[in-house]
Design a protein around this ligand. Structure first.
Ligand SMILES: Cc1cc2nc3c(=O)[nH]c(=O)nc-3n(C[C@H](O)[C@H](O)[C@H](O)COP(=O)(O)OP(=O)(O)OC[C@H]3O[C@@H](n4cnc5c(N)ncnc54)[C@H](O)[C@@H]3O)c2cc1C
Length: 382
């Protein structure tokens, strides 16, 4: 067993870190307060090839393996969780679905523009009446000749108002239950697609999350991903992979909060000593850094399995569960170290605290991760 990263991974981490420090960090709190989506950052990430990280070279991508993607997302989240989730959905979820299940026509139309970052991707599964229970969606797709006609409402669609490409889950055969769902690539500019207003959220203020209304939206048959009825399987397979990205995001948020807290302990004095000199504070720092490292290892282990073609569903859920719960504790402790100032918007820490919260919710809540882990372990036990 080798616990060392290759030169390429170090270089990748350094490159993303340098970009985030110089082009995002100076503005990130102002953007957060204004609810500003930094288009210019995604243009630059596109130029750097980071938005084509899951697209093959044939379509203009600059592929990174799962470990490389996790490292890049962690570095983004260390400075801005909003940037990390925007990239995570595009790179970790939407592009790979089109790469793996898109028709040749769909791949040729979408992937080059997505790899450049000209067209952002979004994934529309959740509906007003169903989130965790993905088989319970009601959006309908009815085949009419060489087209499908889609009707329904999607909610909580990350990136929607900035995206050109939506992957939409819809029911094609209501009698077939979970085998009656199919996936479609839908363009937000098409007739019958309306993107609603950005949700007012606790955190991730520089990420956009919208409802999407589909009304008699006509989708050509070549925009179906995989076979009819395969949609839920496609979604679950890719959500499994993309959970590694959410775990990396949680590690990055916690790392950013930890570093700020550590710095503060060398600046603030109480009872005649710097905070860092109090053993209680040292213990807190020790716990924080230990749990961040444990989460990072679980995340990279899941990525490592995936990169070697091994089953990784349970490993990805463990990483997501542990890292997202860890992120709550670490951002809580970081805020505690800041005392009252941690509660102030003067310091960036409260942003990390707010941004951390969603990591136990999206792409499967902690409860859903436990269900998956238990299912996998019972299956393995025979
Ligand atoms: C900021 C943000 C961005 C998002 N982006 C996207 C996106 O891009 N695309 C998309 O499709 N969706 C997105 N979502 C939706 C997200 O994936 C769902 O909110 C999530 O899956 C949970 O679904 P729900 O909110 O309907 O909760 P519910 O499914 O209603 O669950 C409510 C509670 O019950 C628990 N629960 C549910 N079932 C069980 C069970 N069987 N056993 C035990 N406990 C259970 C859950 O863990 C949760 O605590 C986003 C959400 C947020 C907040």
């Amino acid at each position: 067993m080798e616990f060392a990263y290759t030169e390429e991974y170090h270089l990748l981490r350094d490159t993303v870190r340098a970009f985030m420090e110089s082009e995002v960090a100076p503005h990130v709190d102002r953007w957060d307060r204004a609810g500003y989506f930094p288009d210019e950052v995604f243009r630059r990430l596109g130029e750097m090839g980071l938005l084509g990280a899951s697209v093959s070279e044939e379509y203009g991508g600059t592929p990174l393996d799962a470990l490389g993607q996790a490292i890049a997302v962690e570095e983004m989240a260390r400075i801005s969780a909003s940037v990390a989730i925007t990239v995570g959905v595009h790179v970790g979820l939407v592009c790979p679905m089109i790469v793996r299940y898109g028709t040749p026509e769909a791949r040729a139309r979408y992937l080059p523009a997505m790899a450049r970052g000209d067209w952002l991707g979004a994934f529309a599964q959740t509906e007003p009446n169903t989130g965790s229970d993905a088989a319970g969606i009601q959006t309908r797709a009815v085949r009419k000749g060489d087209r499908y006609v889609l009707n329904g409402i999607k909610v909580w669609v990350t990136n929607a108002e900035k995206a050109r490409v939506l992957v939409v889950q819809a029911v094609t055969d209501p009698a077939a239950g979970k085998r009656g769902i199919s996936s479609f690539v839908v363009e937000t500019t098409w007739p019958g697609v309306t993107v609603g207003r950005n949700e007012a959220k606790l955190g991730l203020h520089s990420s956009v999350t919208n409802p999407v209304y589909l009304e008699d939206c006509e989708v050509p048959v070549e925009n179906r991903l995989g076979a009819e009825g395969q949609g839920l399987r496609i979604a679950l397979e890719h959500l499994s992979a993309s959970r590694i990205s959410v775990a990396a995001q949680a590690v990055g948020i916690a790392q950013g909060a930890y570093e700020q807290a550590l710095r503060y302990t060398t600046q603030r004095k109480t009872f005649g000593a710097f905070l860092v000199e109090h053993q209680a504070i040292q213990f807190m720092l020790a716990d924080m850094v230990t749990s961040i490292e444990a989460a990072r290892l679980l995340t990279h282990r899941a990525a490592w399995f995936r990169d070697r073609g091994r089953p990784f569903t349970a490993a990805a859920s463990m990483a997501k569960l542990f890292a997202s719960e860890m992120c709550q504790r670490v951002t809580y402790q970081a805020l505690q170290i800041f005392g009252g100032y941690g509660y102030s918007r003067e310091y960036p820490l409260e942003r990390h605290f707010r941004d951390a919260r969603v990591t136990t919710l999206y792409e499967g809540t902690s409860e859903i991760q436990r269900i998956i882990i238990a299912r996998e372990l019972l299956r393995a036990a025979g």
